[in-house]
Design a protein around this ligand. Structure first.
Ligand code: ZN
Ligand code: ZN
Length: 584
């Protein structure tokens, strides 16, 4: 009995064929997922001109017999999905069978396949089978798609430039390599290798193949579970943050998905560790009973909704935060610029301007070192010291540079601390804590402060007056569009009472949607930023000593509330290296 079944009209209609092939990536995806479903342990993808000219996928999977090889190109034939119900319980990766005919219709396809017995070769041109003959292939499948859209020039025009097409393919193959560390993936474009994994099942090694070895030393393993969810994977140190969200890789039951909700949860877990607009590198697998997810499948994307999202959110949030709070995150300055040359840097590629397809051939260099570290076992960084309750050792200030950067030392090395960022962190945590206690003790002012407002601001303020009262303010209306502040929270800094009050009132007025967490957060950041010592403020050695001690006692001494670093270090060894007291 043939493994391929003809799909019902109903299901076929659900899958809009025209949307299946839009980008070269869609073709690669279709072919690679066929290879994965064929139980391959090695998948090679060779592209010419980002796949526009040619895409070849070679696998060592189960292969097909002659009947299936021919049937694979007839419309609505699929080996995976027989009924609509299957869509919701699918174990395979997607829409096998539907896309192959679509691809064949707009290209030239040569399929060589062997199920271990007889080899078959099928040649299809513009959707028509031209030739079926025996092949000398011994095992697996080799499929070549040439001249995509040659007979539909209009669609050819819709392809993006070669960089974008390639970036999409690399991104997709990276995600597959991360999802299937047991499968060896080799991706090349115009004979340049872009990714080469070993298929031995070590996820951290795959991360190294994609992001470079230096990054693997800065990845933290996480693993946690509750009654409904189990999560495991790796998250990066804040210092590795990139400007693309694309490096957040989420798998659900081993399958790569995109989900803005989960992305947001992960980014929120790094709150104040990473500046806004920067994103960590993450590979996170979520194991869950399919009953708890609602899958909405579309030929080109997959949408997942989680029930009990709050439970999942807590799990992800707490496990990432716990890790970040347990390790030393001071970025170390090294003499040599990192040797890391990632095979492929997505960030740099997508930002390149858009040349025309014809004018352009891509040339990516392979990281020569790639081969050498294939043999070594990759182990998570040993430099992850667990630090005592104070996460940084005591530092002794020796001076200040540009009235901004404090220089300090201890037996481990030299430290440079941004005095404003450090003070900001200290005050931010202090204000957050004070507001969090809901201890609304207030201090009466000898002379109440009168504040005149715009009429519309006055209305907003009146509406949200309870928020101010909760904080410990006593406020009265005082004539037209004017308020009188009689008492203020006890924790306002006494050197800037009026300024603080005005800032807090501004925040109330400017906050459109009222979220009390966001409000206290905003108040803490604003007061910390405005009322902390600034760059260029002169401070004494004693002040510095006090500042460093208080920084050491914060929950996160490594970044200011905006996610900028407070502190960097040159280790003693690194200094000796720089001055050639030690060699290499
Ligand atoms: Zn600031
Ligand atoms: Zn800051």
């Amino acid at each position: 009995m043939s493994k391929i079944h003809v799909m019902s009209e109903d299901l076929a209609n659900k899958i809009a064929a025209g949307e299946v092939v839009e980008k070269t990536m869609n073709v690669v995806k279709e072919l690679v997922e066929n290879s994965i479903d064929a139980k391959s342990s090695e998948i090679k993808i060779n592209l010419l001109d980002s796949g526009v000219k040619e895409i070849t996928v070679i696998d060592d999977g189960v292969g097909m017999d002659k009947e299936d090889a021919v049937l694979a190109f007839s419309r609505h034939a699929t080996s995976k999905l027989k009924t609509l119900e299957d869509l919701f319980y699918i174990n395979s990766l997607g829409f096998r069978g539907e896309a192959l005919p679509s691809i064949a219709a707009v290209s030239t396809v040569i399929l060589k396949t062997c199920n271990g017995e007889v080899g078959t070769e099928v040649l299809i041109d513009g959707g028509t089978i031209k030739e079926v003959k025996s092949s000398d292939l011994k095992k697996g499948t080799k499929i070549t798609v040439k001249n995509l859209f040659y007979n539909t020039p209009v669609r050819l025009k819709y392809l993006k430039n070669l960089y974008t097409e390639l970036a999409n393919i690399v991104d997709y193959v990276n995600k597959m390599a991360l999802s299937f560390p047991n499968i060896r993936f080799v991706l090349s474009n115009n004979d340049k290798v872009l990714l080469n994994t070993d298929g031995r099942g070590n996820l951290l090694k795959v991360i190294g193949n994609i992001y470079g070895m230096d990054i693997t030393k800065k990845m933290i393993e996480i693993s946690a579970s509750n009654d409904d969810y189990e999560i495991n994977g790796y998250v990066s140190y804040p210092e590795c943050a990139k400007s693309s969200k694309n490096n957040i890789n989420i798998l659900v039951n081993g399958r790569a998905i995109r989900n803005t909700e989960i992305n947001k949860i992960i980014v929120d877990s790094y709150h104040t560790y990473i500046p806004e607009g920067k994103y960590p590198i993450v590979v996170l697998n979520i194991e869950v009973d399919p009953i708890l997810i609602d899958v909405n499948i579309h030929p080109t994307k997959m949408d997942i909704k989680f029930s009990k999202i709050d439970v999942l959110k807590d799990l992800i949030n707490s496990s990432i935060k716990k890790k970040l709070e347990s390790i030393n995150l001071i970025p170390e300055i090294k003499e040599s610029v990192s040797e890391e040359i990632p095979l492929y840097n997505y960030d740099s590629v997508v930002e390149v301007s858009k040349p025309k397809i014809e004018e352009f051939t891509l040339n990516f260099e392979v990281n020569e070192d790639n081969e050498t570290y294939n043999d070594k076992e990759v182990i998570a960084s040993t430099s992850v010291e667990s630090v005592d309750s104070n996460r940084i050792k005591k530092m002794y200030p020796v001076g200040v540079v540009h009235a901004t950067y404090i220089i300090a030392e201890n037996e481990d090395g030299m430290y440079i601390i941004d005095q404003h960022a450090a003070a900001e962190r200290i005050n931010y945590e202090k204000y957050l804590e004070k507001m969090g206690t809901h201890d609304n003790n207030s201090i009466d002012m000898l002379i109440p402060i009168k504040i005149e407002l715009l009429n519309k601001d006055f209305i907003i303020l009146k509406e949200n007056m309870n928020i101010l009262i909760d904080l410990g303010f006593v406020i009265e209306e005082f004539g037209i569009n004017t308020i009188l502040v009689r008492s203020h929270p006890y924790w306002l800094p006494d050197y800037a009472i009026e300024e603080s009050i005005r800032k807090i009132i501004d925040i109330v007025i400017l906050n459109e949607s009222f979220d009390s967490y966001k409000f206290t957060e905003k108040v803490a950041i604003t007061l910390a930023c405005k009322l902390s010592i600034k760059a260029n403020d002169r401070i004494t050695l004693d002040d510095m000593d006090d500042l460093l001690e208080r920084l050491r006692n914060t929950k996160n001494p490594f970044t200011c509330p905006h996610g900028r670093p407070t502190i960097i270090t040159y280790s003693k060894y690194e200094l000796e290296k720089l001055f050639k007291r030690v060699m290499n």
